[in-house]
Write a protein that binds this ligand. Structure first.
Ligand code: BLA
Length: 513
């Protein structure tokens, strides 16, 4: 059994738990379509002992199912006709056990096929077809990203009717923030709360990239073990990556219980192949969501994902266009001006305006020129020597300079962040932009330095923290982070300066000849 400790959350093999959630049952067949695994709880649903199904051809299962007008062999036919991992993910078929309707969802888990049977009935009263269309148009009604996220949370809530629906966005370091929510009016708001990266470990994020929805139907129900053929193998040798019933990690179950949650549902938000965030939904009493309802929520998530990507690209283009046009103005100044420092520092538009900053410096031909609010000359000169000695990269950028260069702490009000661009390899010539300290308060849900608590039994009985009470932390000695547009603008300006220097050298040579 996997043993938890503070550092190994991301090592737990959650794709092969050897168990499923017990609101449905699972049968896995091999390439010959003989039953190789089945969950113990088939007995609850079919009244047959799971072990007696093992090694039998798939047709043995049909004896327990009724399906209108379906002849013998329809399961075999269905699998063989649709044998495509992507196609499987979008499809389901209805079967009956007695008079009760089930959704049969098939997925591949090479070399096996997973057949998962889930109840069709749920206690949601929603006309999905009508609701989804309306939800999509209402969600997209506003152009603002904040409103779009808020609308998405509201529309998902309308479809699945959970008590709380949050849009949870990942920051660059992997920790997350609640950036929109729709909730029952009696619940307190979690808007703006931050949670540590370890709350959703790496391997779980990988699974949410492959399967865009994840339902944890009831944290209080006992999972059902997967039975295996006598021929050996291990129940954990069945890969449940694509399973809809995959049992949940005990540590996450404990986490949800600590939060008072009974059912949890999440929808992935993707941006160009990366997981941007999750729509995380909680219900305080158990609430199952059936396949079609999950597909509707997935569709909303997919449309939201493309709307986010589109808006981010639009913003990227606008910012780059603005920076490019400033660099173009400086380029014209460079053409007019004999001296580089005049064009970058003293002309109408200075290098400072190419990148959002409080001040900028140019160290060129052993001379320092500055514009705006910058640290003392002697500090900038020391900084340049330090850069020259320690960094061989064309660009050095940081939003916390004092972490790398402790004496910079004295200038944190001006230079908590710097973006430095070397003008040419081998020469000690730089352009530098400065940003001041920006004290931000991050409100964590619980102390992020104690993401889990270890009880008296030690590491094997670890559980996520008990308290989710807000815990504020001031982030100091850090500036606003530099973006890729800032770096692109610095590199573009560097190329223009170098072009202008070499053009001038050529002109001088011609004049002297
Ligand atoms: C999974 N953790 C998750 C999921 C969420 C969170 C949304 C996805 C599954 C789900 O829908 O419940 C975390 N849920 C949150 C956060 C909020 C929320 C941050 O509502 C904020 C509002 N978790 C820990 C620690 C470990 C851990 C310390 O806190 C590891 C030791 C593990 N979290 C963990 C695992 C999963 C998970 C293993 C995967 C569960 C699964 O899909 O089986």
């Amino acid at each position: 059994m996997f043993k938890y400790d503070l550092s190994n959350c991301d090592q737990e093999p959650i794709h092969i738990p050897g168990k499923i959630q017990s609101h449905g049952f699972l049968v896995a067949v091999n390439e010959d379509l003989a039953i190789s695994f089945c969950s113990e709880n088939v007995f609850t649903f079919l009244g047959v002992n799971g072990a007696s199904l093992l090694n039998q051809p798939i047709e043995a299962l049909e004896a327990y199912l009724s399906r209108e007008k379906a002849g013998r062999g329809y399961l075999r036919q269905y699998i063989l006709l649709n044998d495509d991992a992507e196609l499987f993910k979008r499809m389901n078929t209805q079967v009956f056990i007695g008079s009760i309707s089930f959704n049969l969802i098939i997925n591949s888990a090479t070399p096996y096929y997973l057949l998962e049977f889930e109840p069709e009935a749920s206690n949601l009263q929603v006309d999905l077809q009508q609701q989804v269309g309306r939800s999509l148009s209402e969600m997209l009604a506003d152009k603002q990203l904040d409103t779009l996220l808020k609308n998405a949370a509201e529309q998902i809530r309308r479809i699945i009717q959970y008590d709380r629906v949050m849009v949870y966005k990942f920051h660059e370091d992997g920790h997350g923030e609640v950036v929109a929510e729709a909730r029952d009016e009696n619940l307190e708001s979690w808007m703006g709360l931050h949670y540590p990266a370890s709350d959703i470990p790496k391997q779980a994020r990988e699974l949410y990239k492959q399967n865009l929805v994840r339902l944890i139907a009831d944290v209080y129900s006992e999972p059902s073990s997967i039975l295996i053929t006598a021929a050996g193998k291990n129940s954990t040798s069945l890969d449940l990556t694509c399973s809809t019933l995959r049992a949940v990690s005990p540590v996450h179950i404990q986490y949800l219980k600590n939060m008072g949650v009974a059912s949890s549902f999440s929808v992935s938000i993707m941006d160009q192949g990366a997981l941007w965030g999750l729509i995380a939904c909680h219900n305080y009493s158990p609430r199952f969501i059936n396949f079609r309802q999950r597909e509707s929520a997935k569709l909303i998530g997919q449309v939201l994902s493309s709307a986010i990507s589109f808006r981010q690209q639009e913003e990227h283009q606008q910012k780059s266009a603005r920076a490019r046009s400033t660099v173009e103005t400086i380029t014209r100044q460079l053409l007019r001006n004999v001296r580089v420092q005049e064009a970058l520092i003293n002309d109408d538009v200075t290098m400072q305006s190419a990148i959002e900053s409080t001040g900028a410096a140019l160290y060129f031909e052993n001379e320092l020129h500055t514009t705006g609010n910058v640290p003392e000359k002697s500090f900038i000169e020391d900084l340049i020597t330090w850069l020259d000695e320690t960094s061989s990269e064309e660009v050095y950028q940081t939003s916390g300079l004092s972490a790398d260069l402790p004496e910079a702490i004295r200038y944190k009000d001006i230079a908590s962040g710097i973006l430095a661009c070397k003008l040419s390899q081998g020469l000690k010539e730089y352009m530098i932009w400065f940003r001041p300290e920006l004290i931000t308060t991050v409100t964590w849900a619980g102390n992020p330095e104690k993401p889990v608590e270890i009880d008296e039994h030690g590491l094997t009985h670890i559980s996520p923290r008990h308290s989710f009470d807000a815990w504020s932390q001031e982030v100091k000695n850090a500036s606003l982070a530099w973006t890729e547009y800032d770096i692109d603008a610095a590199l573009l300006l560097r190329d223009e300066v170098n072009y202008s220097i070499s053009r001038r050298a050529t002109e001088l040579r011609i004049l002297n000849e």
